[in-house]
Design a protein around this ligand. Sequence first.
Ligand code: TXA
Ligand code: MG
Length: 330
Amino acid sequence: MTALLATRVMRADTASVAEAARILTAGGLVAFPTETVYGLGADASNGRAVARLYEAKGRPAFNPLIAHVLDLQAARALARFDADAERLAAAFWPGPLTLVLPRSGQCPVAELATAGLDTIAVRVPNHKVAREILGAFGKPVVAPSANISGHVSPTNAAHVLADLGGRIDLIVDGGPTPVGIESTIVACVGKPVLLRPGGLPRAAIEQTLKHVLADAPAPTAGAADAPVAPGMLAAHYAPRTRLRLDVRRIEPGEALLAFGPELPEHAKAAKLALNLSARGDLIEAAANLFSHLRALDATSAAAIAVMPVPGDGLGEAINDRLRRAAGGDR
Ligand code: TXA
Ligand code: MG
């Protein structure tokens, strides 16, 4: 059990950024906004701080973390970039893209943070507050999404407080996160592979690479302790309430997660209906996804009925998260 901490929530400003850097230096845990979702930061080079982070999240220690740095130059100290990785970093950093690369010889990140792998996930976030904290701290920060392991990612400070209040030192509140869905993860260890669809659509990456991006091989049963993309367990991002996907008709007692202007049959009977985007905009839908799931999860509905969402652009990542949320048998 983690000892109960007094979790402070501070509005993002010069004072809270300085306080965040101070806490990170002291081995503490700070949640802060990025353009994708809120992250829970710890000093990447401090094994004890990283261990506290795993404990606060209830995260299995075989699931490695993303190291966040200010720029490409800082990333080069952690990992080896091949030509494809160079191209992707030049095109999309700072931004919602994480690269999984071979760990460099002198990489200062704690072994625990990379779960003993010889690769490391690196990301240069594009959010004012995240960048100010990285700048003030001056070293790499490992930051998973700031939720209890297996729960829906947080897109505002209230979500973080609900999950991690009493378990972490500080939440820097910078308002809702603009993208709303986690970064896209591409491994550049040989041929580039898409490990996780996310806030940067596949088409943009393929355009830059000038070829089609391979998908991660499906996880094999029984290999759960050494998965290719360790965090991509089937039952991830799960609300407590069961999800029913591709719904065209609402059943009694269900809540509705809608998409677009045309609602399914019996929509009016839903316990609560929230629309990802009434005008059918996938960018707006991604930004709303996790907060709508949390709100619908709180209604104690029999199930959350989810309308079909198109699979192009950010729709690939949205559908991925919905399938995972539906996959858990809780
Ligand atoms: O948008 C984001 O990426 C957010 C913000 C806070 O930056 N972070 C985030 O972290 O989503 P997390 O820990 O929730 O997800 C990181 C994923 C996990 O699925 C993990 O297994 C995978 O990245 N990962 C990390 N290191 C890896 C590695 N060396 N090889 C393969 N997958 C890795
Ligand atoms: Mg996560």
